[in-house]
Write a protein of this length. Structure first.
Length: 300
């Protein structure tokens, strides 16, 4: 097995994956643009809250990653074009890039730059909160789902060695849409109210808003013929909110540090696909606009 992997990104999930893979003997290279994150990773390694730093190579130059055979794409959705351009410079012709990103359309952007044969998609239900550059808190248990691909075996083996609960499915679309529905229903509400996930459940108006968003998104998925792994979208989303009650959503983390959010690829994507299919999504449209309207100045 080729025990080396490229992680595109230096944020919370990227650091979590890097720390765990490195701890189990995988040689990890991290490619990013965040200067403070790269410096911390170079000096102290990838650090989890409950353990010391794990050694990684961190760089902002795709030329330092040339010949990479396996890559995990863990950048924000609005950074996918840049990541695709970087991977076009460094991923080997026989390589494979797996996107674990939120939202819709990331795999299509990567495929345009790399070709379909070098791209696969997956879903991560693990949570992570960035405590500082290169320093992350793991937010509870979760699993990794990967769409079957002939080049996937080595990546699966590395993830399983690092104790990631890893599943392979023939079609990842149901899981992609399941996560999209969860993110659409939980993330913008936590962002607008500045609360952790679980607080939605004890706030009746917020809970009703979550229900309306989830049901709209599920209606769009059903129109597309997506075989969702649940019958009741509200029940499913509530279970996730309860399980991740103490988590600060990634969208809220972005707003609090003054960074762009992924709302375009989440509620914006639900709204756009709904329009194409003639499915009304007024609540998704409103929260999409409200999150977009938040001033980029972090915490009040």
């Amino acid at each position: 097995m080729n025990k080396s992997i490229l992680i595109v990104g230096t944020g919370a999930l990227a650091t979590l994956f890097a720390a765990r893979l490195s701890a189990y003997g995988v040689k990890v290279t991290m490619l990013g643009t965040w200067r403070e994150g790269l410096t911390a990773l170079q000096e102290d390694g990838a650090r989890l809250e409950d353990r010391g730093g794990q050694p990684v190579q961190a760089t902002n130059d795709p030329m330092d990653c040339q010949g990479a055979k396996f890559a995990l794409v863990l950048v924000k959705s609005w950074q996918t074009e840049r990541a695709a351009s970087q991977l076009a410079q460094c991923l080997s012709e026989e390589g494979l890039a797996v996107t674990f990103q939120n939202g819709l359309g990331n795999d299509l952007i990567l495929s345009r730059a790399l070709g379909n044969q070098r791209v696969s998609r997956g879903v991560v239900t693990l949570g992570a909160t960035l405590l500082g550059p290169g320093f992350v808190h793991a937010g509870g248990n979760g699993f990794v789902t990967l769409e079957a691909h002939p080049r996937l075996d080595a990546i699966c083996e590395m993830l399983r060695v690092a104790n990631f609960e890893t599943n392979i499915v023939e079609d990842a679309q149901p899981m992609v849409w399941s996560k999209l529905i969860v993110n659409a229903a939980i993330n913008p509400i936590t962002t607008l109210l500045r609360v952790k996930n679980g607080e939605i459940l004890i706030n009746p108006p917020a809970r009703e808003l979550m229900r309306e968003i989830a049901e709209e998104a599920a209606s769009v998925a059903n129109t597309l013929g997506i075989n969702l792994p649940f019958l009741d979208p509200m029940q499913y989303v509530e279970q996730v909110a309860e399980r991740t009650a103490e988590n600060v959503s990634s969208m809220l983390q972005d707003v609090l540090r003054g960074a762009p959010t992924e709302v375009d690829a989440i509620n914006g994507a639900v709204t756009h696909v709904g329009e194409l299919k003639g499915i009304p999504t007024p609540v998704n449209r409103v929260v999409w606009s409200l999150v977009k309207a938040i001033p980029a100045r972090g915490k009040l």
